[in-house]
Design a protein around this ligand. Structure first.
Ligand SMILES: *[C@@H]1O[C@H](CO)[C@@H](O)[C@H](O)[C@H]1NC(C)=O
Ligand SMILES: *[C@@H]1O[C@H](CO)[C@@H](O)[C@H](O)[C@H]1NC(C)=O
Ligand SMILES: *[C@@H]1O[C@H](CO)[C@@H](O)[C@H](O)[C@H]1NC(C)=O
Ligand SMILES: *[C@@H]1O[C@H](CO)[C@@H](O)[C@H](O)[C@H]1NC(C)=O
Ligand SMILES: *[C@@H]1O[C@H](CO)[C@@H](O)[C@H](O)[C@H]1NC(C)=O
Length: 504
């Protein structure tokens, strides 16, 4: 379950003194060899935090405090590592991790995760499988689930959850009725679904997927989660008919829509639908405009660097949020393959960001673990390390090789993954966990989940108060910038922007 500003305080407290390490990455973003060398070390340090392949461990899980979804995101990052570098070192553990988490119906709904699994969590695993199909990643044995079919299963189970009873459509955040957050419709759940639907449309040529991508986009703009300036806000509750929009903007939302819009432009292009090409072209541009405006910090194009603006400047990014720049980097780079007119603009932004990112990689015991704050600092390590930071640095460095990377395949252009349009059918419409391995759901489980949500909301509220208090002290252009990120209107108060407590 992705959470807002959870564990933020723990991160803020983790300011260690940087040792006077002599290590520093020397990255030449113009040189393939340099990029590969740096990425190889970043990948090794990233994988050192994963032990799912070791005896007695569970493949596809990261240790505490990382949630299940982030391991799926990590599998996607390791597929990227191979795609860019050709280095197969991690292919087998990646395949093992993905296949171990497919669940009894081969749709990434393993019973161990049903206590917390949301549509967005499932979506991250589905998008990793989609990348495996698009890049022709090594196919599993014939008797095992196949990448394309897994992506289709995630799509099918989610399409069946599309909820027209509330807010006229959209996916709820949570899959299971009894999970807290079931009353919230969030942008990242729609973003993952849209991303997957548009890529499946392009890969298979099946217009049903494209119809769902269009439906999702139209719903997002209709309900105002995407506004006229292509800002993508966090979400809203069904009780308020999705009118109580939480005005945070996170980079993975706009990133997932950006790549999906690029896939729809390419799909329309192949289908010869010129009006649709123009429409999606404009949407790609609008989303990219917003991406650059909100999620890049700097005075001009020559020094703009990626930033998770809603939490990074105030050192309140939680464990989830520390990884978001990985996905924005991944999806911006991939966008250039289907929306080639974006190449020069995206390349410049990724170059600046990669240079700044590796300057943060001078921390941890080995003196080369990466911190979070690439933008707007002296380059000195910020005192944090983690899977998110390491994955983000690796992805942004790899992204600088995008022009040398192969065009993603489709079913008609060399794709070899075997699909199943009806995949996931056994789970369609299921809103309660089955095959729960730890006994029936008890009141204790429900109370536990309610408590977790309470803590999350309280932390969120505290963070807002903190941010706004800090804002008053630190007047200036940067903070105006930041405030416009968290609030579409001037003068909004923090307390009004937090989602209301869930029903108990
Ligand atoms: C579920 O949990 C059990 C017990 O911890 C473990 O043995 C199993 O591998 C887990 N399955 C998955 C798919 O994570
Ligand atoms: C994106 O920004 C450019 C430059 O400011 C502008 O000309 C263009 O109209 C914008 N595109 C969209 C779709 O908003
Ligand atoms: C940029 O750095 C300055 C100086 O440390 C700080 O006051 C400002 O808040 C920072 N802005 C952002 C958006 O990080
Ligand atoms: C994908 O390609 C294979 C082999 O060319 C073909 O048999 C299959 O029908 C195609 N599937 C779709 C959905 O087009
Ligand atoms: C296209 O996708 C839809 C939705 O999954 C599926 O029902 C249909 O069978 C697919 N059509 C073909 C020709 O594969």
């Amino acid at each position: 379950m992705l959470r807002l500003l959870h564990k933020a305080t723990a991160v803020a407290g983790l300011l260690l003194l940087a040792n006077n390490s002599i290590f520093a990455y020397e990255l030449d973003v113009q040189s393939t060899d340099s990029i590969k060398n740096v990425a190889q070390q970043l990948a090794a340090d990233l994988v050192s935090m994963y032990n799912g392949n070791q005896p007695g461990q569970t493949p596809g899980l990261l240790p505490q405090p990382y949630y299940w979804w982030e391991a799926g995101a990590l599998m996607g990052a390791l597929i990227d590592y191979w795609y860019y570098t050709g280095d197969t070192t991690y292919n087998d553990i990646t395949q093992q991790g993905l296949l171990h988490q497919v669940g009894p119906y081969n749709d990434f709904m393993p019973p161990n995760q049903t206590l917390t699994e949301g549509n967005d969590d499932q979506g991250f695993w589905g998008m990793a499988a989609m990348s495996a199909a698009e890049y022709n990643f090594q196919n599993p044995a014939e008797d095992k689930p196949q990448w394309l079919a897994l992506a289709q299963a995630v799509f099918n189970t989610q399409a069946a959850r599309w909820d027209t009873q509330h807010c006229n459509g959209g996916l709820r955040w949570q899959i299971f009725t009894w999970n807290n957050g079931f009353n919230y419709k969030n942008s990242i759940s729609q973003a993952c679904f849209f991303n997957l639907a548009s890529r499946l449309a392009l890969y298979t040529g099946n217009s049903t997927y494209a119809d769902w991508a269009v439906r999702t986009w139209d719903w997002m703009t209709g309900v105002g989660f995407i506004d006229n300036a292509y800002r993508v806000y966090d979400g809203a509750t069904v009780e308020q008919n999705c009118a109580d929009i939480t005005p945070y903007e996170f980079s993975y939302n706009v990133g997932a829509f950006l790549l999906g819009a690029a896939a729809m432009a390419e799909y329309s292009n192949k289908a010869g639908e010129t009006n649709d090409v123009a429409l999606w072209h404009e949407r790609v541009d609008g989303l990219l405009n917003n991406t650059e405006l909100i999620f890049f910090f700097g005075d001009d194009d020559n020094d703009k660097v990626m930033i998770e603006i809603a939490c990074e400047p105030v050192s309140l990014c939680d464990v989830d949020q520390q990884s978001f720049k990985a996905y924005l980097s991944r999806w911006m780079a991939a966008t250039t393959k289907w929306a080639p007119w974006t190449f020069d603009r995206i390349k410049k932004l990724l170059q600046n960001s990669a240079r700044a990112a590796v300057k943060q990689c001078t921390g941890g015991d080995n003196g080369r673990m990466c911190g979070l704050k690439w933008a707007n600092n002296s380059g000195e390590w910020d005192g944090t390390t983690g899977v998110g930071q390491q994955m983000a640095a690796m992805e942004v460095v790899l992204a600088n090789m995008i022009e040398e990377a192969k065009q993603p395949v489709t079913n008609g252009t060399g794709g070899t993954s075997v699909g199943d349009p009806a995949a996931g059918g056994n789970d369609n419409g299921r809103v309660d966990p089955v095959k729960w391995q730890h006994g029936p759901i008890t009141d204790g489980d429900r109370a536990g989940a309610a408590f977790v949500t309470f803590v999350v909301l309280t932390t969120l509220l505290a963070a807002l108060v903190f941010m706004f208090a800090d804002e008053m002290k630190t007047a200036g252009e940067n903070w105006d910038n930041f405030r416009s990120t968290v609030s579409p209107q001037p003068g909004i108060r923090g307390a009004e922007t937090a989602p209301p407590p869930p029903p108990t």
